[in-house]
Write a protein of this length. Structure first.
Length: 234
């Protein structure tokens, strides 16, 4: 018998890659023919956005290796980054235990949010936990990018960008020297303050160079994972 019977996913806890072997379960679309897709940066682990896919969007996402979605308001298919250039290269697609939600790990070519922020999730709920270090840096990166796109009179960020890379690099050198002095003086609070200035100017330099913060994060992850394991003691 050559025909293959399609089996429904089991009720137990199960998370499987739908881009892998043929034994992977099929997604369960709802009565409207849709399934929610959580988009996550494959390198940083940051959740970037949530959107809906129908069967065609799902098929195109797998076949093109770029995210496609179904717009419930416009009633049409759309590809992320088709107009903005902020595409999302698909690394892996996972199903949750009930097979009714997708987790799509991507390499983003730019911000996921229409506001210019890296992630659509940037508004903390009152009483919730504080922001992560990466999310704060992403917020600052988004503000710098917004200043570049929409200059404001009196903006120090715009001043640096208008002066160009030489001025920005000069400021990075000055702030790095301030960090060194504070560290040599054993002044933790001053070290934190000067390091904050240094990080800000580094973000301005990244913006001027067109290098997203996520690219730096991915490089750090790559280096960390490439380290040889430490020999066991004894």
């Amino acid at each position: 018998m050559t025909a293959r019977a399609r089996r429904a996913p089991s009720a137990g806890k199960r998370t499987a890659s739908v881009t892998g072997a043929g034994s992977a379960p099929s997604p369960r679309f709802d009565e409207a023919g849709l399934i929610p897709a959580v988009i996550q940066d494959a390198a940083t682990g940051q959740v970037l956005m949530v959107a809906w896919m129908n069967r065609e969007a799902y098929r195109r996402t797998l076949s093109t290796r770029r995210t496609h979605f179904w717009s419930r308001s416009r009633r049409e298919l759309w590809e992320k980054g088709a107009t903005s250039g902020h595409t999302q290269e698909v690394v892996e697609v996972l199903l949750d235990c009930d097979a009714d939600t997708l987790l799509v790990k991507v390499r983003p070519a730019g911000p996921a949010c229409h506001t210019g922020r890296t992630s659509c999730f940037f508004q903390p709920v009152a009483g919730s936990a504080g922001e992560s270090v990466f999310s704060v840096l992403s917020e600052i990166e988004a503000v710098i990018g917004d200043r570049r796109a929409h200059p404001r009179p009196g903006s120090y960020t715009n001043y640096l960008l208008e002066q160009g890379i030489d001025k920005i690099c000069k400021k990075i050198g000055e702030e790095a020297a301030e960090v060194i002095i504070a560290a040599k003086n054993r002044h933790p609070a001053q070290v934190a303050a000067e390091a904050s200035d240094l990080l800000y100017h580094l973000l301005v330099a990244l913006c001027e160079q067109g290098v997203p913060l996520a690219a730096v994060y991915r490089e750090l992850v790559r280096r960390h994972r490439a380290r040889p394991p430490r020999p066991s003691g004894g």
